[in-house]
Design a protein around this ligand. Structure first.
Ligand code: MOS
Length: 753
């Protein structure tokens, strides 16, 4: 008979929260209702730089149902939040809302209308008149590094601009027989989770409760405690379901503080849901990047030098750093390397992490340069990677915990049929269409955040697992149930999962693809402690079959307690023992330590993978489509292949959008993000997405946790754009180095049918 381990871990398990979602009974933040609740709508600045001279609220205040129009003079004190230990107190936009009369980006909130209904609040917000002293704004796309010191401040603390260096990259580049020196550009992109950002704030006797779609309830609690001068114990944050976040919900934004402040002033619950347009202005975006990559190589393709110099834009007051160089130092074997960054301030809302922050734009650039080098040297691009595969992490001088990049390429090439590739531009055709094939690798950091969890075994045979993390649509509810089932033998459907609440044991942020890996030690230890408590009861309760035994003579397997020497056949279900002991439940708590940011790691821990892409090109009508994608991911043990595949597929869909469609454009006239809606901000939809093939290698990485599971939320978006642009080059002969690929880029194609 298979053990629980063989059946639960690694089993494709449908979402335990799926039925709630498809029946509409899952309550997202904005679905909550409270008696007397008021509705708030922010007033947005319509200039991108300047000062607010006057806010005329007279007409708005007289509108029916309006309770108040708040602005700098009447909102009350809102303090600044500063980062504490770990992920606590973190915000990207540090200035509290309304803190001064300066406008630094279009859409910055300058006032807040509160009314009995959403419609009244919206009408009142529209009725507020602001006059400004306008200054010149800067939303210039082309970036040049601002004058900054060698060590700069970022959202998370100080960082050296020279990120990694070895050998003499300049000299090695100068002397290299083969060279690539190109600049790759990724545009501003906006996260567009379908669930809009929302806050409901309730005050009760000096205590604050927040319903919010947060990717980190404990960080949000810490931020609000600081902003409103409260003890953390007096702040509760509840996030039961999240309609996706992609990073835009990791750290709180100004609208949240505004809802809290308004509820405080009015003594009523206040709900604030931002609009889709506001999502493009004040809740983060992936910043534009410009990345110069210089590769020097021998004629046979062996890398001699790699230089990666990149820029990202950031906001006027804030310190966001898009870490495009995150994966560069360890990706390839190269004796001479330098990675350095600079930043340029613009009149935009603060950028923030967006799915695969850093590595996604970074690997687009590095992998594009590798593909260009392969073309230059007439070497197969996969072979070029094989030639330069490192044995260790050359930037840290330590081994990888588990790296199977070459096997990813091998399997991907086989599944895709890569050996049939003819390298000449436009040389492959099928059904009257020109085919283009491209490939690229991907990587994403793997580590654990600290996590605490609690597991209960109950006398009705059910179990409960609790952890104050969040499920942002990635499957965390299901993973928690699987882990608990694995240890306790309780079937998935009999496990209650509690998450998204600061009253629960402290859990990790839903970020960095690290939740699953972080939960494993905490949940396993909690379950072991609950089982230990059960065995104590089993041996200490008069009349039970194990009364005369010691706990260490007993074993627990598949939900049953038995004497080790007698074997599992004589086991007694834990529910029977609890009932006979008249004990409703036993409980245990567990804790996992952080490995994230370890200053002296023994191993370099990352996930790896690759994409193979086929595009079709119809020169007659300049139509480019992604026709086929094969992705292979080496992310350690896969706990739930169904949810895992779904993560990679979703990321590849986003990658198609990144390569072909997504771009937030700022109007040079007024500095506004002008395509700030789902009609004009184009994302990949079903019609753009072919059948996607995903394979996992499934090698456990025991450095990460005892199951060997790394993360899979973000890696699938890394590298894919480089594979698509190279496939496009193969089909059309046009090298596009600025995303997204536009039809007009391809009109210069020399390939005709
Ligand atoms: Mo992810 S950008 O860490 O939410």
């Amino acid at each position: 008979m298979p053990t629980a381990q063989e059946t639960v871990i690694g089993r494709s398990t449908p979402r335990v929260d799926g039925p709630l979602k498809v029946t509409g009974t899952a309550h997202y933040a904005s679905d909550h209702y409270f008696p007397g609740m008021l509705y708030a709508v922010p007033v947005e600045a319509t200039i991108a730089s300047g000062r607010v001279l006057k806010i005329d609220t007279a007409a708005a205040e007289k509108m029916p149902g309006v309770r108040a129009i708040f602005h700098r003079e009447n909102i009350g004190k809102i303090f600044r939040s500063s980062p504490g230990q770990g992920f606590d107190g973190i915000v990207d936009e540090r200035r509290p809302p309304f803190a001064d009369d300066v406008v630094r980006y279009y859409g910055q909130y300058i006032a807040l209308a509160v009314a009995d209904t959403f419609e009244s609040a919206k009408a009142a917000a529209d009725g507020v008149r602001a006059t400004y002293e306008k200054h010149e704004h800067n939303v210039e796309r082309n970036l040049q590094a601002d004058d900054e010191p060698d060590e700069v401040v970022t959202t998370f603390g100080p960082v050296k601009r020279l990120q990694s260096e070895r050998g003499d990259p300049e000299k090695a580049f100068a002397n290299a027989p083969a060279k690539i020196d190109q600049t790759y550009v990724t545009p501003t992109e906006t996260h567009n989770p379908i669930e809009l950002q929302a806050t409901i704030a309730l005050w009760d006797d000096g205590k604050l409760t927040i319903y919010e779609e947060s990717q980190g309830v404990f960080n949000l609690r810490g931020v609000l405690a600081q902003m409103f001068g409260l003890e953390k114990e007096n702040v509760s944050v509840i996030t039961r379901f999240v309609g996706s976040g992609f990073g835009s919900k990791l750290w709180p934004w100004s609208h949240c503080a505004l809802a809290v402040a308004a509820a405080r002033q009015l003594g009523k619950p206040v709900k604030l849901v931002i609009s889709r347009r506001m999502m493009f202005q004040a809740v983060g975006h992936r910043p534009r990047t410009q990345q110069r990559v210089r590769l020097g190589a021998k004629a046979d393709g062996k890398l001699l030098s790699l230089q990666h110099d990149y820029l990202n834009h950031h906001a006027i007051l804030d310190s966001y750093h898009e870490d495009c160089g995150e994966a560069t130092p360890f990706l390839y074997s190269v004796p001479n390397l330098r990675v350095k960054f600079g930043r340029a301030r613009r009149n935009v809302g603060s950028p923030t992490a967006m799915r695969g922050p850093g590595a996604v734009p970074g690997l687009y650039a590095i992998e594009s340069a590798m593909n260009e080098l392969a073309a230059e040297l007439e070497i197969d691009p996969v072979r070029l990677r094989v030639l330069n595969e490192p044995k260790i992490d050359e930037s840290l001088g330590i081994p990888f915990s588990s790296r199977h990049m070459l096997e990813c390429y091998e399997l991907g090439a086989e599944k895709f049929g890569w050996s049939k590739r003819k390298p000449e531009i436009g040389s492959m055709q099928r059904d009257g269409l020109i085919l283009g094939w491209g490939a690229a690798g991907c990587a994403w950091v793997a580590a654990r955040f600290p996590a605490e969890a609690n597991v209960e075994l109950r006398d009705d045979g059910t179990a409960r697992v609790a952890c104050g993390t969040q499920d942002i649509g990635t499957g965390t509810y299901t993973i928690l149930a699987q882990l608990t089932s694995e240890k306790t033998g309780v079937p998935i459907e009999k496990i209650e999962v509690a998450l998204g609440d600061t009253s629960l044991p402290e859990g990790p942020i839903s970020g960095g693809s690290m939740v699953t890996g972080s939960l494993i030690p905490a949940v396993f230890e909690a379950a072991e402690h609950a089982i230990a408590a059960l065995l104590t009861i089993a041996t200490s309760t008069p009349g039970l079959p194990f009364e005369k035994r010691k706990p260490n003579e007993l074993a627990f397997e598949a939900g049953k307690v038995f004497v080790q020497t007698e074997g599992a056949a004589k086991g007694v279900p834990f529910a029977d023992l609890l009932k006979r002991a008249n004990t409703r439940l036993v409980t245990g708590s567990g804790k996992g330590e952080s490995t994230f940011g370890n200053p002296e790691p023994k191993f370099s821990t990352h996930s790896f993978g690759c994409h193979f892409v086929e595009v079709t090109w119809q020169p007659e009508i300049a139509r480019l489509r992604v026709n086929r994608v094969v992705t292979v991911i080496d992310a350690g043990r896969i706990i739930n292949p169904l949810a895992g595949r779904n993560q990679i597929e979703g990321a590849v869909v986003m990658g198609i959008g990144m390569a072909l469609f997504e771009e937030t454009s700022y109007d040079p006239q007024n500095g506004a993000p002008i395509n700030s809606n789902l009609a004009d901000y184009i994302m990949a939809v079903n019609a753009d997405v072919p059948k996607l093939e995903v394979h996992f290698l499934d090698y456990p990485d025991k450095e990460i946790n005892e199951l060997g599971a790394r993360g899979i939320g973000e890696i699938g978006l890394a590298g894919i754009a480089a594979a698509i642009t190279d496939a496009t080059y193969h089909a059309t002969g046009v090298r596009v180095r600025e995303l997204p690929i536009k039809i007009e880029d391809l009109l210069t194609s020399s390939v005709v049918s």
